[in-house]
Write a protein of this length. Structure first.
Length: 364
């Protein structure tokens, strides 16, 4: 079904008001009277209204030939006159049921399901079907327009200079530059760290590329709900990237500054996340390149992995004014455009955004 279920009932209600003066339309009270006064019996011994006598529905209105409308369903009464001789068309499945409306069930019934509706009643049903179709076309167009407006807003948020590149991940590979700058000292401490740090650098590079592809996928979103989910995923993935980047930079800085407690704190967290051995971002790249990409399924996987990463390295309690000054100085030495203080602020702003969002969700 497309659209809000209440709108389908409103379509029927408007039609009923349009034809209210016709002899073949009956009110909810008249429906109840017909059911109450129907002859008991089975098959040909009773009347068509007897088939729903055992039901306790809120009958809104109907057609005298044997159609009853509730706020959720349309009951078509067959001419078999037993206790189950009716067909229910539920608004939740209206798309499928419209085709049944157009077939033998309404336009004349069948030997097993005879239906006796007058021509005006049949035309009433036909008009309802056509109005439903028009409503669904209008609803889809409204959804499309809403999606385009939201897409424009989100594109401006992620790409303020409108150059097609994510603003949050522009710039050179600062981590690799920092690594090269202090390679000699790192080798003196333990040369195996170099290989592991290179893997972190490759992870960051791959993640940056994947973020750009996900950003470009925003243009392919056709439904508001899918677009909002993709935007949430992209925001979380950018946050995850920023966290990994900041922790990576601080890991190198703490090692060079001989702050081994901070170094091993970050190193062990990365190790538990398989940051030195993970092939996850390569797998994401492959999936994003697939022709028949299941974007919804991939979004779920990204969210799960992102939650695990954020949950492991989201605590920045080790960041101090001294460590920030040290790292800022080292970034200036490699002519980096990255501002450490700004990166920390971006991370903390997103953390506060998530806290507020979760709080509102709990209150709701």
């Amino acid at each position: 079904m497309v659209g809000d279920i209440s709108n389908y009932f409103e379509i029927l209600e408007k039609l009923f008001q349009k034809y209210r003066s016709e002899s073949w339309t009956i009110t909810g009270g008249e429906v109840r009277d017909k059911i109450k006064n129907s002859n008991p019996g089975f098959f040909k011994d009773g009347t068509v209204w007897n088939s729903v006598k055992l039901l306790s529905e809120s009958w809104e209105f109907g057609l005298i030939g044997g159609v009853i409308i509730t706020k959720d369903d349309v009951f078509i009464l067959n001419d078999l006159q037993d206790y189950s001789a009716y067909t229910i068309f539920n608004f939740y499945n209206l798309n499928r049921d419209i085709e049944t409306f157009k077939s033998k069930q309404i336009w004349g019934g069948s030997i097993l399901n005879p239906i006796k509706l007058s021509s005006p009643e049949v035309n009433f049903i036909k008009e309802f079907v056509e109005n439903c179709k028009q409503y669904e076309i209008d609803f889809k167009n409204e959804q499309l327009e809403e999606t385009h407006e939201n897409l424009k807003k989100h594109l401006e948020y992620f790409d303020k200079d409108n150059n097609g590149q994510l603003d949050f991940i522009e710039g050179g590979d600062d981590y690799l530059s920092l690594l090269k700058k202090h390679q000699s000292k790192i080798v003196e401490i333990d040369r195996t760290y170099i290989q592991q740090f290179i893997k972190v650098s490759n992870y960051l590079t791959q993640k940056k590329q994947n973020l750009q592809v996900i950003f470009e996928k925003l243009n392919e979103s056709e439904k508001p709900h899918q677009l909002e989910n993709l935007v949430d995923i992209l925001k979380q993935e950018i946050h995850s990237y920023n966290l990994i980047l900041l922790n990576s930079l601080n890991m190198v800085n703490s090692l060079v500054e001989d702050d081994m407690i901070t170094f091993y704190d970050i190193y062990e967290k990365f190790d538990k996340l398989n940051m030195f051995t993970s092939n996850w971002e390569n797998q994401v790249t492959e999936k994003l390149d697939e022709v028949n990409l299941n974007l919804v399924e991939l979004m779920k996987e990204l969210r799960d992995v992102g939650d695990r990463i954020v949950g492991s390295i989201d605590n920045l309690s080790y960041v101090t004014e001294q460590s920030t000054r040290q790292l800022t100085s080292k970034m200036e030495e490699i002519n980096s455009t990255l501002r450490v203080g700004n990166l920390i602020n971006v991370i903390q702003t997103y953390q506060m955004y998530k806290v507020n969002k979760n709080t509102k969700s709990l209150r709701g």
